[in-house]
Design a binder for this molecule. Structure first.
Ligand SMILES: Cc1cc2nc3c(=O)[nH]c(=O)nc-3n(C[C@H](O)[C@H](O)[C@H](O)COP(=O)(O)OP(=O)(O)OC[C@H]3O[C@@H](n4cnc5c(N)ncnc54)[C@H](O)[C@@H]3O)c2cc1C
Length: 444
């Protein structure tokens, strides 16, 4: 009761936000084995809300549009690392309802280009301490990620990538077919159309419970004074003398000194509101979960001759995905031809999954850049900061993305890990086209 009263008072009197933050920190409930025991003895009636449901204030120091993983992580690090707590995260739906709660949960840092390698490795290091840091069980599981190779040429390409990773201090092992068979016996080694020759293993890669990441960051940010405002859509951005000064929302106008966009699949729509046209396309990506079966896959496997990746969740469901739908869309649902295509990829390496029933399936909207790499940057519009272009791979980036975006907003300059993730790289010919593809996001 005292806890709620303290929060209410601070929301009414923003000037007291420092004291408010202190009181919040002192009173907020730490999750631990001891608190479970204590609450268990009390019939679990003492748990407090994980975050508040505040009424938006008329003004904030910083507004982050989008309560996905990246927006919430940004707010968390703004508060925790930079001491900026007068922050609102504005989410049109509910937090965790976007891609952060829709992805196939894979984390890894097996990149080759320096711009990517050090950024994603920073993310991996943050994942490794995240649960202790934000005091939330996100089920970080470093069960390894194996990229299969199916030809000598692909082996050589993977060897090159693995060597680049090791030179950068990232773990990588090139394993042969026998070692792959030992780790994943259910793969088809006898009659596959694309015989498995081996794999590039990143032992520290793995999976994380996706929506728990949103909840953990939300709780951590809220406990430091950040307002998380759900069911509030940004419908316009107000400009004054070329500067973004306020957002129009379904819950009224809110002004801010700085406005950051972290809306993933809707990035181009928000950018349009400040007159920015980005080299981005939005596409649907689908995910699939089977019925729960006994544990038989304790790592993540990706197919090298098609687009298919699979792991098994702790509840037993096989979690898998594949290619994007080939057309532009903002709808969070996919189509049957792509479903069939993904299943065919799965059957090509692991035919036994043909006996398992598909239980759930959904789509998320992907913000695909033309070089496959993201934006974390200031923009030509004063007061407007951009985080987007995450393509297939933004979940694993969540901690580093929040870290670097918070740094960029707080200091008006990039962190060393995001200095290449600019919009200008396309005009300057400095694309980070790790996958070597042209302007065709659907074939990445
Ligand atoms: C099926 C699928 C599988 C994937 N698998 C992986 C994987 O295994 N590994 C990996 O690294 N990545 C994966 N990804 C990619 C990853 O999920 C995304 O790149 C990442 O989650 C995007 O960042 P986010 O979490 O901030 O996005 P989101 O969670 O989508 O957050 C953006 C938020 O902005 C909100 N928003 C949009 N417009 C507005 C507005 N006008 N006003 C207010 N709020 C707004 C949305 O409601 C949404 O909640 C996958 C994605 C999908 C869909």
């Amino acid at each position: 009761m005292v806890y709620q009263a303290a929060r209410y008072t601070a929301a009414e009197h923003p000037a007291s936000s420092l004291a408010f933050t202190f009181i919040q920190a002192a009173l907020s409930m730490r999750y631990s084995a001891l608190s479970i025991l204590k609450q268990g003895l009390g019939g679990h009636r003492g748990w407090t809300r994980a975050w508040r449901d505040p009424t938006p204030k008329p003004a904030y120091d910083v507004i982050i549009i989008g309560g996905g993983g990246h927006g919430l992580a940004t707010a968390y690090y703004l508060a925790k690392v930079h001491g900026i707590t007068d922050v609102a995260v504005i989410e049109k739906g509910w937090i965790g309802g976007g891609n952060v709660g829709r992805n196939t949960t894979i984390i890894r840092s097996n990149y080759m280009f320096p711009s990517n390698t050090y950024f994603y490795e920073h993310s991996m290091k943050l994942w490794e301490g995240l649960e202790q840091d934000f005091n939330f069980n996100a089920m970080v599981s470093q069960r390894g990620v194996i990229n299969l190779y199916h030809s000598d040429a692909q082996r050589d390409a993977f060897a090159r990538r693995g060597n680049a990773m090791r030179l950068a201090g990232v773990d990588a092992e090139l394993i042969d077919a026998d070692e792959v068979r030992r780790r994943v016996p259910l793969l088809d080694f006898d009659n596959a159309r694309f015989p498995i020759e081996g794999g590039l293993l990143q032992p520290r890669g793995g999976t994380v419970r996706h929506d728990a990441v949103a909840w953990g960051y939300a709780r951590g940010a809220d406990s430091r004074g950040v307002d998380i405002i759900q069911n509030c859509e940004v419908t316009g951005i107000e400009m004054k003398n070329g500067r973004a000064v306020a957002v129009q929302t379904t819950r009224g106008r809110i002004s801010a000194n700085k406005i950051g966009s972290a809306v993933a699949g809707h990035t181009s729509k928000i950018a349009q509101m400040v007159g920015l046209e980005l080299p981005l396309e939005s596409h649907v990506l689908q995910a699939f979960v089977s019925e729960g079966i006994k544990p038989h896959l304790d790592t993540v496997v990706t197919f090298g001759a098609g687009h298919f990746y699979i792991s098994q969740s702790d509840k037993g469901g096989l979690v898998y995905g594949g290619d994007l739908d080939g057309y532009n869309s903002y709808a969070q649902r996919g189509n049957l031809p792509m479903m069939e295509h993904v299943m065919a990829g799965g059957m090509a390496i692991m035919p036994s999954i043909g006996r398992v029933r598909l239980l759930r399936h959904w789509g998320g909207v992907m913000d695909m850049t033309m070089d496959g790499s993201p934006f974390i940057c200031r923009t030509p519009v004063d007061g407007f900061y951009l985080n987007g272009g995450w393509c297939y791979g933004g979940f694993k980036a969540t901690p580093a993305s929040g870290w670097c975006f918070a740094h960029t907003i707080a200091n008006e300059e990039p962190h060393e890990y995001n200095r290449d993730f600019t919009i200008e790289r396309f005009a300057e010919g400095r694309m980070i086209d790790e996958k070597g593809v042209g302007p065709n996001p659907w074939i990445q």
